[in-house]
Each structure stands twice: as C-alpha cells, then as structure tokens.
Design a protein around this ligand. Structure first.
Ligand code: FMN
Length: 755
C-alpha cells in the first residue's frame, strides 16, 4: 500500500462549521508506545504553535472535556487480533453505553484520525477505522483525511505526510496565537525539509577523522568532489568492505560476540555521494522539556537496583499495579522445556504471586517490566558524559502542564534509573531522531550522513539502518562527535515497554500454591546479511540470566528470595470474546499452536485436569472433543516438543481428547508412541484431517483457537478456508474467508498472535 492509498477519501467540512474550536484535545490509544509518542508530539507542537492543547490516553477521555468547543485528534494503534489497546478498553465501554448529552457533544465536532497498524495482521488498523466510523456516525466532521500507517513497511511513510497535512488543516479549524505560530514558522530552520548539502561547508579535521585516519576536505562551497570526500570519511566512519566481511565472519558465530557490543552502523557511500540537495528531511522533534541536574544529589546504582520499584506504593487490587508501579513477584522455580538439539531454548518460570490478589482465568496474560542491561546502560551514560548516580528533575518550558515526558517525573530520577528502567534503548530510530542527532554532531561528515538518512534521498539507506537494528549505543558509537543534551534524548526516545506473557498454569493450582507459571523462548538471532549482528531479546535474556541460564529439564528451586520479577496483570480485553475456555465444558475445542504458542493451551489443559480432580468432577466425557494440534521442530526428549509428559497425562486423564504433533525439521516424522499421527506443519495436519475439521467448522458450539506467529496463523487461516471450500461448506475462497471472519466476530475463532 502506498502512502496515498493509506489515506481515506477527502473530507468535506460543511459551510456552517466555520466557527473555530477554542482548543485541541489529542487522544491516543497505544499498546507499545508508538501511538502515544506521536500523540504527545502533536500535543507539544500544538502548544508551541500557540494552540490551547491537552493530551490524554483514551481511557482518560473524561479529562478531555469532549463536550467543550474543541477539535479532536485521535491517534490509535491496534493490538491482539484487531483489538483496541488496553488503555482504550474503558473508552469503548463508555462509548457503547453513552447516550444523551454525551453523544450530542460529538455532533459537528472537527476531528482527525491517525491509525497505526501492521498489514501482517488481518484486521489492519481496526481500532482507528472503528473510531473513524463511530465519530462519523455520531455526526463529527473529519477536518483532514484519515491516515493508516503500516508497521510492516515503515510507519513514517504515512505518518510524516499525514502530520504535514494535519498542521495545514488544523490551523483552519482551531484558534491559535498568531504571534506564537509566526515565531514557530520563523524558527523553521528546524522545520526546513529541503537542505543544500553545501550549506554545511567543509568537513574539518575532527575526532572521527583522527580516529579513523580519514582525510579531511577543504573545498568550499561544497561540490560533488567534497561530497565524495565526505563520503570517504563516512565510509571510514562506518565500515570498509574488508571490515564488513570480518564483522560478518565474527558474527556468524554469535557465541563469540555479545549482543550488546557496540556495532557501528553501515551506510552505503554511493547514495550519499550522489546527492547535493536533500529533500523531505524530517522535522526536528519539538523542544519542550527542561531537565535540571539537582546539585549535590545522587543515588548510588546499587540502591537503585534493589529499591527502584520498591518506591512504588502497595495496592489493594491486582489491577492497580502498573508499569510504573509493578508487583514484585519472587521466582520460585525454573526449568528448561527443550533438549540439546532444540534451536531455541524455552524456559518455564514459576512465580510466587500470593500477595497479588489476581483471580486469573486460563488464557489470561500479564506484563513483565524488564530493565535494560547494564552492558548497554552504563556505556551510554558514559558516552554522553553523564554521571550515572546524579539525580535530575524535569519540567516543561511552557506554563501548561505537559504530558510528553518519557516517564513520570514527579520525583527526581537518576541518570542510571532513566536509562535502565524507562527509555527504550533499542527503539528503531525515527527520522526526526536522526535529524536531532545531526543538530548535535560537531563533525560535518557525521551531520551530513545523519541528514541524508533523514531525507528522501537516503530512503534506501534508512531501510538498511532498520535492518541493522541499531541500539542507541550503536548510533552514538557511529557518530562519535554527536552528544545530544539529556532533554533532547528524553523528548525523542520512546518508553521502555513491558513484555506480555500468557499464563501456562491453572488458577485452580494458583489458589492452592499462590503461584503462576509462564513459558517463553530465550530470543537470540542475528540481523540479516550482510550485517549478521547478534541480537538478544530484552526481557527473555534478562529472565534467563536472572534464573541462572537453566538447561535442566527438571524443576529447579530458586532459593535466592531477593530475585523478583516486576509485573502487572493484563486487564481483560473489553472484547466480548476473550481468549478463554467456553463456559460449556463439553463444547468441542480445537487448539492450534506452534512453539511457545502452546502456553495458553497448557493453562486450559492444566485447568481441566484439575477440574477432573474436583468434587464433584465434570462428566467423564466432558472434555472428549478437545483437540490439540501443536507444531515444533524436533520430537523426543532432546527436541522441542514442549510439555510431552504433561500432555501424555492429560490424554490419559481425559483432560485432552486428541493430540496431533507436527515436526517441521524431521524428514520422515516418527510417530511418538502416544501422540497419534505426525505432520510437518500444523496447516498440513488440518488439511489431512479435512473431514473432521469441516464437521467442527460447521458445528456452532465448536471453538477454534490459534496461538503463535502471524505467519503460522496466515497458513492456518488459508488451510481452514480451503477446507470450507473442499468440503462443500462454502462456494469459493471469498465466501470461506468471509465465513471465518464471521466466526471471529461470533467468538468461535479466537487468535492470540505475534509477529
Ligand atoms: C501482539 C501484536 C498484535 C497486533 N495486532 C494488530 C492487528 O490486529 N492489526 C493491526 O493493524 N496491527 C496490529 N499490530 C501492529 C501494531 O498496531 C503496530 O505495531 C503499532 O505500531 C503499535 O503501536 P503502539 O506502540 O502505539 O501500540 C499488532 C502488534 C502486536 C505486537
């Protein structure tokens, strides 16, 4: 989809809507921080442009005074399987029930919608599209075209042009202070999107050149020759071909290098060499934050590490715990679910949550608030010339209270705490961030490279940058003369987001033992060729190290009671069809999973196994029509067929009716003794069992659950559609896909997916 196609048809403001709104309300719904970041920057820029603006998360819509004379900008992402983010669930509930004056308030209200989504998922930008429809139905009037940005191709391809148009259109519908708006425009050296590379003059002998031994240039004004010279520096600054191949060799064996070793980014010299003028250069982020170091105040790192989350107050109910104020759960046990031939280790951890008061349901999830590793945090702090223990207070320059901090700064925070607990150090660098870095690079060649990456001409290299997945440390190492002030970094970098995990245990067990279990892959991979940089998953690596890099298949008690995992329960989605067992225990269920996608199904099966031991137990045949289809790579004790022992017991006890195992890396898959037939991938198993699958698809009581990667879910969806056609239930593929969408809407086809 092109940026043009991602935008809805042009709106028409009726003639009567000529009175300008007195203020702006920016509302956002965001699961992992992208939409929040965009919304807060719209709000901050509005303030600087002299617009009376407030910014709130959708669940706090009451604070936005929607009944007032305001224009609304809505920025919303989509999560789950087309679901709204957790921080919009209360808003949807309110909107469904709202009547009278609450609904009247939307009539004639000017609004704009920006959606963030990912076309890898089937319900692209569903939240924003639903919001758009609802606002329209309520009589609100779009004052600019809706934008739908796609994470699969790069959010900025849509967001940047949408923002440009937003500002032009917004000023026609909302009052603003003309002097401030004029000052903003005049200060637009920052906002200039067309840059003559010559205006940066010549490269001077600088630290980078000294470091790399590169030649400096002297030609002025800058022409192609000097650009070429700059390129030579850039090349030296990055990696030569020889370096590149040695880096590649070095990183083909990730064990030899650490995922946190600083890695200079690679920029192709050819692109930079060709340009003399840059166009479409991203705007600088709005400056709004003032950060002050508190004199003679410091907090030792050791103190921060043991006490940081203890500063948060205790809570009465489980859902009062949040990312800022998490519950500290002790680790009781750990085990490794995979054997020696598995390509990825899968760990299961048991946590003591006896003090949390969380009555979870099988299929629920919780968030782990993981810190950044010290191997990254400390070099960044040192590279920026900051003192890790120094305490800082932040505020905004303007009188109006801003909510654009990367985290709550009501209390002083040390530099160490900011970088360890709050800032996402692996966030993909936005073009506006690169522009900001350019502003603070003293070396000409670094400045040019950064501006080039933030421009239209640098688009291919910018994509290359994405493929390299640079950390903040990688960027700072690649541009050694660049030292942005702390305030600019805090404005530009997104929050560190918690990571969500499905429970793999039953709440019936939790009530007995006060524990919850969850399973996860220890994420390790290398970036694509030619970079081959080792990457480690942030949270899974932290949990792995915390529990002593366990390889034992048997549960290991964790005796160190100081080891805690900060967490909070994920609120149940407002959706009427949560990922949970049907209330009728005899309703047929088909659970389709690959890898650790089996976790919520373990929770289902553990629950049913415990129910069978209760008095009175459910009827003996109650769970007979349950079917688990699970895909892994290698079977057996050495492989990664997770939970073999438990699943055999569930089959024997009657908690599970049927099992189909799929083994993708076995040429002629052996049939495990107790496991029925084996296939390569889960979609093959479904296709081979077409008749049975078709009966279940046609059974209004049956539920299909899918958990795992989006890629796997796409194949499963295709296989189910093909069965609907081949078994004569639907006339063609179009009808079959529509039938599956209906099943989703009815809660008969539930998916919990990740990319
Ligand atoms: C677990 C998960 C589920 C997602 N589900 C959808 C989806 O159903 N539809 C969609 O368009 N995008 C989906 N996305 C993509 C996000 O909407 C997209 O990455 C967006 O930039 C996230 O913005 P946020 O950080 O503000 O939440 C999903 C992303 C994740 C991680």
């Amino acid at each position: 989809m092109t940026a043009e196609e991602a935008v809805a048809p042009p709106p028409t403001m009726p003639a009567e809507a000529t009175r300008k709104a007195a203020s702006l309300s920016v509302l956002y719904a965001s699961q992992t921080g992208n939409a929040e970041w965009v919304a807060k920057h719209i709000h901050e820029e509005a303030l600087v442009r002299g617009i009376k603006s407030a910014c709130h998360v959708l669940d706090d819509h009451a604070k936005a005074d929607l009944s007032g004379n305001n224009a609304i900008v809505l920025v919303a992402s989509t999560t789950g399987d087309g679901d709204p983010p957790d921080n919009a669930t209360k808003f949807w509930r309110w909107l469904r029930r709202a009547k009278g004056a609450d609904l009247e308030a939307f009539k004639g209200k000017p609004y704009a919608v920006l959606g963030l989504g990912d076309t890898n998922y089937s319900n692209f930008c569903n939240t924003a599209k639903r919001l758009d429809r609802r606002m329209n139905d309520l009589g609100s009037i779009p004052f600019t075209k809706s934008g739908f940005a796609d994470d699969a191709t790069g959010l900025e391809a849509v967001i940047d042009p949408w923002l440009k148009k937003l500002w032009a259109d917004l000023l026609t519908v909302v009052e603003y202070d003309e002097a401030k708006e004029k000052a903003f425009r005049e200060n637009a050296g920052n906002a200039e999107s067309k840059l003559d590379m010559g205006k940066f003059g010549v490269a001077k002998k600088d630290d980078a050149a000294k470091k790399t031994g590169a030649k400096t240039t002297s030609a002025t004004p800058v022409d192609n020759a000097s650009i070429a010279a700059v390129t030579a520096e850039t090349q030296a600054l990055s990696l030569s071909d020889q370096d590149r191949s040695s880096v590649a060799n070095q990183f083909t064996s990730p064990a030899d290098s650490s995922a946190h070793d600083p890695t200079p980014i690679v920029v192709s010299p050819a692109g930079l060499q060709a340009v003399t003028t840059l166009t479409g250069v991203a705007k600088l982020p709005t400056k709004y934050l003032e950060v002050e170091r508190m004199p003679d105040a410091e907090r030792p790192i050791a103190h921060s590490r043991t006490n940081y989350f203890k500063l948060s107050a205790g809570h009465e109910s489980a859902f009062e715990f949040t990312a800022q104020s998490p519950y500290l759960a002790h680790i009781s046990r750990v085990r490794c679910l995979t054997g020696a031939v598995a390509l990825k280790r899968v760990l299961e951890i048991e946590l003591d949550i006896s003090g949390l008061g969380w009555n979870y349901t099988p299929g629920d999830a919780f968030a782990v608030v993981c810190p950044n590793p010290d191997e990254l945090v400390l070099p960044i702090i040192s590279r920026l010339g900051l003192d890790a223990t120094a305490l800082y207070k932040a505020g905004t320059a303007g009188a109006s209270a801003s909510q654009g901090y990367p985290f709550s700064m009501d209390e002083p925070v040390s530099a160490y705490e900011m970088f360890r607990y709050h800032i996402d150090l692996h966030a993909f660098p936005k073009k506006s961030f690169l522009r900001m870095l350019a502003e603070h690079a003293t070396d000409t060649s670094e400045k040019k490279t950064l501006l080039y990456l933030a421009s239209t001409q640098g688009a291919a290299d910018y994509r290359g940058l994405k493929a390299q997945q640079p950390s903040l440390l990688d960027l700072l190492v690649s541009f050694p003369t660049c030292s942005p002030p702390l305030a600019r970094l805090l404005e530009s970098l997104p929050h560190l987001q918690p990571r969500y995990y499905s429970v793999s245990s039953s709440p019936l067990g939790e009530r007995e033992t006060g524990t919850v279990r969850f399973a996860f892959n220890v994420v390790e991979y290398a970036t694509p060729a030619p970079y081959h940089k080792p990457v480690a998953g942030l949270c899974s690596t932290w949990l792995d190290k915390l529990t002593g890099t366990c390889t034992d298949r048997k549960w290991q008690d964790v005796s160190d009671t100081a080891l805690t995992v900060p967490l909070f329960p994920k609120p149940r989605p407002e959706s009427s069809h949560p990922f949970e067992l049907p209330s009728d225990p005899s309703a047929p269920i088909v659970m389709i999973a690959a890898g650790t996608g089996i976790s919520p199904f373990l929770s289902f099966l553990d629950h049913r196994a415990r129910q069978l031991k209760q008095t009175p137990p459910p009827p003996s045949a109650a769970f007979a029509s349950s079917w688990l289809v699970h895909g892994c790579r290698f079977p057996g004790a050495d492989g990664d067929a997770l939970y073999d022992t438990e699943i055999s017991a569930y089959l024997a006890d009657g908690a599970l009716g049927h099992l189909t195992r799929c083994h993708s890396r076995v040429e002629a898959p052996p049939l495990p003794a107790d496991a029925g037939v084996s296939y390569k991938y889960v979609q093959h198993a479904l296709a081979a069992e077409s008749v049975r699958v078709a009966e279940l698809l046609a059974d209004a009581r049956a539920r299909f659950y899918v958990c795992g990667s989006v890629a796997m879910a796409r194949e499963v969806n295709g296989a189910l559609a093909a069965i609907l056609v081949s078994q004569g239930i639907c006339a063609d593929n179009v009808a079959a896909i529509a039938r599956l969408s209906e099943m989703q809407a009815e809660g008969r086809y539930l998916r919990d997916l990740w990319t």
